[in-house]
Design a binder for this molecule. Structure first.
Ligand code: KG4
Ligand code: ZN
Length: 338
């Protein structure tokens, strides 16, 4: 059988990424982040699409080089169709379409969220990983989404719970912003939290009955805590940064774990997977493993480099779509909401 080599392109937000996947195995994965947003406290869409435009050719070029293949070996092109920032998605989509047309090979559109779910299936050359068994539950936690998904097959997924306001990543990033930390604040809070006491302060807990999440009350409660304490001591935030981060992180993790336990009991599913940028969080990773031991779960944590946005996850999803013969035509356009 001939090798199937997929070039995958991700450009939904502020990371330009390209990967090469051969028969479902990742040969290369190149990511160019964008520092320009740091000082703005969030992603500036106009600047993001401009950076994608600058980065896309060198990133794809390097992915092809690192995989030690040539352009003519590529059998199909997978790309993120959405959800994401329209201007960012347009860069990846247009490039994928043009490249597929010039090489006369099929195009495969990928849903970015499905790709985060499948990150635990990414295998590299020379390794064999233990993959989740269907059906499994995925806690998908990123900068834009927070969902609990029943995954029945590679491409058969049902959302059974989701945030009614902010995403978990937003809760991290917006709280980091009020602490005066740069964007994205999630990784910085994670680092600081490791040095702090998680019971130092008390934050409001959301009261949502079903499997949905809410983080806006927590964010407001964090803001009020800072405001009140800073009135008495203007240096309160700086002097208590680690304890504040530890308390915030534990509160977010507790909210996530509580609903995941509930979802597992309701569905009877004990294969548990996490995905998305916030699945890099060490507090969440530890809590998943600890809770898993208590609940009798089998847990799967994606490698750190495949938690935040990357093209390898787009490639693995495109691989399964390719096996199904699920292709897009040249009239495909990006979808900000997918
Ligand atoms: O999946 P992702 O790269 O992009 C989206 O699809 O949204 O997720 C980005 C989010 C950001 O909110 C970032 O702060 C968060 O993931 N994040 C983290 C950590 N690493 C990334 N949050 C908490 N702890 C981390 N270690
Ligand atoms: Zn993402």
């Amino acid at each position: 059988m001939n090798d199937t080599i997929i070039l995958a392109i991700e450009s939904s937000c502020d990371d330009t990424s390209a990967a090469i996947i051969r028969n479902g195995i990742v040969l290369s994965n190149v990511i160019a982040g964008q520092k320009v947003h740091e000082e703005y406290g969030g992603v500036v869409p106009e600047l993001a699409s401009r950076s994608h435009q600058e980065n896309i050719v060198p990133v794809i070029d390097l992915a092809i080089k690192n995989a030690n293949i040539s352009k003519k070996d590529i059998s199909a092109i997978g790309f993120t169709r959405g959800p994401g920032l329209l201007g960012s998605l347009l860069i990846g989509t247009s490039f994928a379409k043009g490249f597929a047309l010039s090489l006369n090979i099929p195009l495969i559109e990928v849903n970015h969220l499905q790709a985060h779910v499948l990150a635990s299936f990414i295998e590299e050359l020379g390794e064999t990983i233990e993959k989740p068994n269907f059906p499994f539950l995925c806690l998908l936690v990123s900068g834009g989404h927070t969902q609990i998904i029943v995954v029945r097959d590679y491409l058969e997924m049902e959302i059974i719970g989701q945030t009614i306001d902010d995403a978990a990543g937003e809760a991290f990033d917006k709280s980091a912003k009020v602490l005066g930390l740069p964007y994205p604040g999630g990784p910085i809070i994670d680092k600081e939290a490791a040095k702090g006491n998680a019971s130092a302060f008390t934050l409001a807990k959301p009261q949502i009955a079903n499997l949905d999440f809410s983080f806006s009350g927590l964010k407001t409660s964090f803001l009020y805590l800072l405001r009140d304490k800073s009135k008495v001591n203007p240096n309160f935030a700086q002097e208590n940064i680690s304890d504040l981060c530890a308390t915030l992180q534990k509160s977010i993790v507790d909210i996530l774990i509580e609903k995941l336990v509930k979802a597992s009991i309701q569905t009877g599913i004990k294969e548990i997977v996490i995905g998305g940028g916030v699945s890099a969080n060490s507090g969440l990773r530890n809590a998943i493993v600890e809770t898993g031991t208590k609940q009798g779960w089998k847990t799967y944590l994606p490698k750190l480099k495949y938690t935040t946005d990357n093209a390898a996850m787009i490639g693995i999803t495109a691989h399964y779509k390719h096996l199904n013969g699920d292709y897009s035509n040249q009239s495909v356009s990006p979808l900000a909401r997918f």
